[in-house]
Design a protein around this ligand. Structure first.
Ligand code: GLU
Length: 321
């Protein structure tokens, strides 16, 4: 049986971009008669807020996107909050350590900022880690150890990484792209790459559908799957919704939160219909319930083009009652 998931980070309210991903991943599972899982990626507890999680759950219910496993369901396959899954991440680190794939890194905070908890694609990280701490001698390690608590890095392999993306087609990343990456920060926080891989594997996820900003994180996760002995899921990345400035949707583009659309009287069917339209699932914008999109859904129909959200589009949504 297929198992998919939506995995929001509760550091910001849901906007149309997140809602698009939620809809597509939900449709993928509902069309396949699979199981849809909701996992709260609150690993960065400083930035995550319980009240935002509550609002995300509310927004999903309002849109008509239900989940089979996640907050409020039988906790057997959980916990469904990353903040409660530390023992699984620790166990994975132990395995990687035993396999000789981890090393302590003493590089400065500025360099580590690039691998902060926020799950951005590699393209947003800047230069790949040059491997400074990969082959330190024992003395060098001891000398640095006395001055600084290290982070832990995963030593990537030297083969290219290839996979078939369900929306963007064949992908190939040259050996070493992105460089060795952090799996546990010096302050003890597990990285997005580690947590998401361990969770998807242990939750038996067969199909990951997520935002295109994470496409270049996938080779890292595939390397972790291989090193941990897990079977990887199929991956599909959906194009992002962009603001008029060509940057990914964020608060600076105005209040595009679902809560404010709702407050303005927009119906959930209007939001679903609009998201289905811009995703290439229906030919013109019309209100529609999510359940009506299930039959006939296929990843082949999902548009590969990023969508630039203009004020006129929002107007269209706001005036559709
Ligand atoms: N938590 C991530 C986000 O909200 C998604 C991670 C994933 O789907 O792999 O962007």
């Amino acid at each position: 049986m297929k198992r998919g998931r939506f995995a929001p980070t509760p550091s910001g309210d849901m906007h149309l971009g997140n809602a698009k991903i939620a809809l597509l991943s939900w449709l993928q599972m509902r069309a396949a008669g699979g199981v849809f899982i909701l996992r709260i990626e609150d690993i960065d507890i400083q930035r995550s807020k319980p009240e935002i999680t509550e609002r995300i759950l509310e927004d999903l219910r309002w849109l008509g996107l239900d989940w089979d496993e996640g907050p409020g369901t039988d906790p057997a396959g959980g916990p469904y909050w990353q903040s409660q899954r530390g023992s699984y991440y620790e166990e994975a680190l132990r395995k990687l350590q035993e396999a000789g794939r981890l090393y302590p890194c003493y590089c400065s905070r500025a360099e580590l900022l690039a691998v902060a908890g926020a799950p951005h694609g590699l393209s947003s990280e800047g230069a790949p880690y040059p491997g400074t701490c990969r082959s330190l001698s024992l003395e060098e390690r001891q000398e640095r150890e006395a001055r600084k608590t290290p982070s832990l890095r995963f030593a990537i392999g030297n083969e290219p990484v290839r996979f078939l993306d369900g929306i963007f087609g064949p992908q190939s990343f040259p050996p070493g792209s992105g460089g060795d990456f952090v799996v546990r920060r010096a302050d003890g926080m597990y990285s997005y790459q580690l947590a998401v891989t361990v969770d998807d594997a242990l939750m038996g996820i067969t199909d990951v559908l997520r935002g295109g900003d994470l496409l270049d994180s996938t080779p890292r996760q595939l390397e972790l799957y291989a090193a941990l002995g897990y079977t990887p899921p199929a991956f599909a990345h959906a194009p992002l919704l962009l603001g008029e400035d060509g940057r990914r949707l964020a608060k600076r583009h105005g209040d595009l939160g679902l809560a404010s659309l709702r407050a303005a009287g927009t119906r959930p069917e209007a939001v679903i219909g609009w998201l289905a339209y811009i995703s290439g699932l229906i030919d013109r914008f019309e209100p529609i319930a999510a359940t009506e999109l299930i039959s006939g859904f296929s990843l082949d129909h999902v548009s590969r083009e990023p969508f630039i959200l203009k004020p006129a589009h929002l107007q269209q949504l706001l005036t559709c009652h």
